[in-house]
Design a binder for this molecule. Structure first.
Ligand code: NAD
Ligand code: MG
Length: 389
């Protein structure tokens, strides 16, 4: 029996994780569930999955949750705030942590799980992108196991040799081919991009996801963050990570070897597959995802990304190659710009421009500890906010 903490259980990944867990009550129990503000949804999850602890964002939310649990589940401990997230991510009673908070808000708790040597199922790519080497060092020092949930990275993980150790050349890996659906604006006329609304941007053609990652998919910053994520997870240089547009989202990514072999992982676009894979690894369990029928899909298409249409993808490659604080700044600037777009304060095209201007205006530095990291993150946020206002 594995005892699981889900950081961000009310989100898209959190809900898919609970869906998989509910199929295997003999293998998994829930240690803790956390949500930022959706207290009623969290209360329903608590009544169904009976965690030992539930964490919310504020004291008011905690009071509300306690009231909702009073009658049927008064034994569940209700906590709130950032320290409580770290506590449930590192508690000795917890075996594995699903890191599914969106954005930099998930960094501290994901790092806490890394330092505590947990099995980490990593959905929160922003945490790894912004902290890079610091995160990898924490994993190495504690002996934590890091398993990718992002469908592309989970696919790559499945296509790599089992004894792969973050060193492509050692085992004949030539390239990582990261597939991308291209999002909702793959063919939209370029001169109409400024008129894109938040509702249009979050209507992804293949995946149902949270709002932030959906906008990231529309700008292709999501793929840019994934390039950086692949660098840290698999030790591949920027030149060894190639993005391929594949609108059907059936091939979730590929690994190309020096002998000419290309291995791919295929499946229906449903996050329960990578979630089930990582939960049970190295075993396999049912996920609830239907069998892939390629005869129904008929055709698989591939093309190169157009960097003029998707400047965010280029900015992410630039940040990876620049190193130091560049990815931290890129990630922070993107988070603020995406939120401003969702709040209808800026147009769609401004997202990339704001990130580029922020990266140009902040000098790069080496990031050697978490305090410096948070300082760079804060500086980038201030800079974008100043540019917006
Ligand atoms: P979502 O917006 O649906 O859910 C986010 C979760 O984080 C919610 O439970 C919310 O309560 C919590 N949260 C938000 N702000 C918080 C804060 N300040 N403090 C504490 N908790 C907070 O997002 P999602 O689509 O589930 O994505 C979660 C993560 O997984 C993201 O990093 C995303 O990039 C990654 N991811 C998602 C998908 C997907 O299909 N949805 C695929 C790959 C990777
Ligand atoms: Mg992905």
């Amino acid at each position: 029996m594995q005892n699981i903490t889900i950081l961000g259980s009310t989100g898209s990944i959190g809900m898919s994780t609970l869906d998989v867990l509910a199929r295997h009550p003999e293998r998994y129990s829930v240690y803790a569930l956390t949500a930022h503000s959706r207290v009623e949804q969290l209360a329903e999850q608590c009544l169904k999955f009976k965690p030992q602890v539930a964490v919310v964002g504020s004291a008011e939310a905690a009071q509300q949750l306690s009231r909702l649990l009073q009658a049927q589940a008064p034994q569940i401990e209700v906590l709130h705030g950032a320290a409580a997230l770290c506590q449930v991510a590192s508690a000795s009673a917890c075996d594995a942590v699903m890191a599914a908070i969106v954005g930099a808000a998930g960094l501290e708790s994901t790092l806490a799980a890394a330092k505590a040597g947990k099995k980490i199922l990593l959905a929160n790519k922003e945490a790894l992108v912004m902290s890079g080497q610091l995160f990898i060092d924490a994993i190495k020092q504690s002996g934590a196991v890091l398993l990718p949930i992002d469908s592309e990275h989970n696919a790559i993980f499945q296509c790599l040799p089992h004894n792969y150790a973050r060193s492509p050349a050692a085992l004949g890996v030539e390239k990582i081919l990261l597939t991308a659906s291209g999002g909702p604006f793959l063919t939209r006329p370029l001169d109409t991009m400024d008129a894109v609304t938040p509702a249009q941007a979050i209507a992804h053609p293949k995946w149902v996801m949270g709002r932030k990652i959906s906008v990231d998919s529309a700008t292709m910053m999501n793929k840019g963050l994934e390039v950086i994520e692949a660098h840290w997870l698999f030790g591949a240089a920027a030149s060894q990570i190639e993005v391929v547009i594949h609108p059907q989202s059936v091939i979730h990514s590929m690994v190309s070897y020096i002998d000419g072999s290309v291995l791919a992982q295929l499946g229906n676009p449903d996050m329960r597959t990578p979630i089930a894979h990582a939960l049970a690894y190295p075993e396999r369990i049912a996920s609830g995802v239907g069998a892939l029928d390629l005869t129904v899909i008929g055709q698989l298409q591939f093309s190169r990304p157009d960097l003029q249409r998707f400047p965010c993808l280029k900015l992410a490659y630039d940040a990876l190659m620049a190193g130091g604080s560049a990815a931290t700044i890129l990630n922070a600037a993107n988070e603020v710009a995406v939120q401003a777009f969702l709040d209808e304060k800026i147009g769609f095209g401004m997202i990339a421009q704001l990130i580029a201007r922020t990266m140009d205006s902040l000098p790069l530095c080496a990031v050697t500890d978490i305090e410096m990291l948070l300082e760079q993150d804060g500086l980038a946020r201030q800079t974008v906010n100043a540019l917006i206002s």
